[in-house]
Ligand binder design. Structure first.
Ligand code: C6P
Length: 409
């Protein structure tokens, strides 16, 4: 039984985009790992900012600019609280998870990673947590080492420990896989890396919107996430970094706001976090992200996680009854993401037929080609859930899969 305490049907009403028909069928939105829909409060915050509060920040001495600065910095404080970081200066606004990882690769990586050094990632990483490290390795003459997984899609922790050595300069690992939903034991992995003095970056893109993430508890050195996957606007995200590391890192980009003084002879950089926020940031996006965090706090991350866990259980059971369906990724600890293949049907065909039934899922390699190779499939179909999805959405998914079977029988 899906928990009665959590009223997804009521919550859905806050999301205007969910209330529409696609090809005459009610939209069943199951592509939340790609991006989530936005609550009215976030949409309203953007409209209000642009209609009556718009001004640049950190520059103006006039009322509107000060208001915009206060709103922007207020969100930094709320993100700090949301992640339980020690200080607001540890919160850097970026474009999203991808930019956060590139920032660390270019700033921390180019400073500390030298020829012969190693960076450790897992086979289930999103391309955003592979390619920036490959680029760095190519430049520095360093090597990428890859943690293998078992057939269920779980990290082989013994193999992980064996990979750590005196050449390892950084571990970068997804908290939750965007393809198979595996919830990785990041706290234990951080502990092992720290035992050897190795810092760890956590890609929190699929975790922060769905469970309570506490950076002090994880003790990770860096963590990134994207606003648009957590009910906020696109084009904004967060890099959390421990202040002692951020202090030592050079800026990632040069420009306005990241300096305290400039002459042609010498530029003195601003203090953190501003040192890493060159140019006018996505002010409206940050304000919208703040509103999304308020929304999540109102519901409660524990409530959300518990509800989605049950949704995952219901979906896994229901999909298990679909003839010819093979689940890819059956880890014991999972987030509400299910990837699957159907005998003799290409995932793109599944996606197309489902779309005609109003069911939006993603089909493809999910920007995780090495993981596809690991499971020996070119692509999967993926349904990814959020707290506004219901058991009826799972039923609609299964009914639509029945149509796929009819077409391909
Ligand atoms: N995954 C998906 O459909 P950006 O694009 O910067 O907001 O997020 C990149 C990213 C990084 N790490 C993980 C674990 C992710 O899942 C993503 C984005 C989307 O699975 C789009 S490819």
């Amino acid at each position: 039984m899906i928990r009665d305490a959590f009223d997804a049907v009521r919550v859905r009403k806050n999301f205007p985009a969910l209330n529409q028909k696609i090809y005459g069928k009610p939209l069943v939105y199951l592509d939340n790992a790609a991006t989530t829909q936005k609550p009215k409060s976030v949409i309203d915050a953007l409209e209000q900012y642009y209609s009556s509060e718009n001004a640049n920040i950190h520059r103006g001495i006039y009322y509107l600019s000060q208001q915009a600065t206060n709103a922007y910095e207020g969100v930094r404080a709320r993100v700090r609280q949301f992640l339980n970081a020690r200080s607001s200066e540890e919160i850097i606004f970026v474009r999203g998870a991808t930019e956060g990882i590139n920032l660390v690769a270019q700033s921390y990586g180019r400073t500390y990673v030298k020829e012969g050094d190693e960076i450790v990632v897992s086979v289930m990483e999103h391309h955003s947590n592979i390619v920036p490290w490959q680029m760095l390795c190519d430049e520095a003459g360093a090597r990428l080492r890859v943690i293998p997984i078992n057939d269920e899609g779980e990290i082989l922790t013994g193999e992980y420990e064996n990979l750590l050595n005196e050449r390892t300069k950084l571990v970068s690992i997804a908290h939750v896989s965007n393809v198979i939903g595996t919830l990785n034991p990041v706290k234990e992995m951080v502990e092992k890396a720290h035992g050897r003095g190795i810092p760890v970056l956590v890609d929190g893109a699929q975790a922060v919107p769905h469970l309570k993430v506490d950076v002090q508890d994880l003790d990770c050195d860096f963590l990134v996430f994207s606003g648009h996957k957590m009910f906020g606007p696109t084009g904004v995200g967060v890099l959390y970094g421990k202040s002692e590391l951020l202090e030592k890192m050079p800026p990632y980009q040069g420009g306005g706001d990241m300096i305290s003084s400039v002459t042609f002879e010498k530029t003195v950089y601003n203090k953190i976090p501003y040192k890493f926020e060159a140019g006018t940031p996505h002010i409206a996006g940050v304000i919208g992200l703040g509103r999304a965090i308020d929304y999540l706090n109102e519901i409660g991350m524990e409530e959300i996680a518990a509800y989605e866990e049950e949704l995952l259980r219901v979906a896994t059971e229901a999909l298990g009854r679909v003839p010819g369906l093979r689940l890819i990724g059956t880890a014991r600890k999972k987030s509400a993401i299910v990837s699957f293949v159907l005998k003799e049907v290409h995932p793109h065909d599944i996606g197309t037929i489902l779309d005609r039934q109003g069911v939006a899922i993603r089909a493809g390699h999910h920007c995780a080609m090495p993981l596809m190779q690991r499971f020996g499939v070119p692509a999967t179909a993926r349904a990814s859930f959020a707290f506004y999805n219901t058991k009826e959405d799972v039923d609609a998914l299964c009914r639509a899969l029945g149509k796929v079977r009819e077409v391909f029988k």
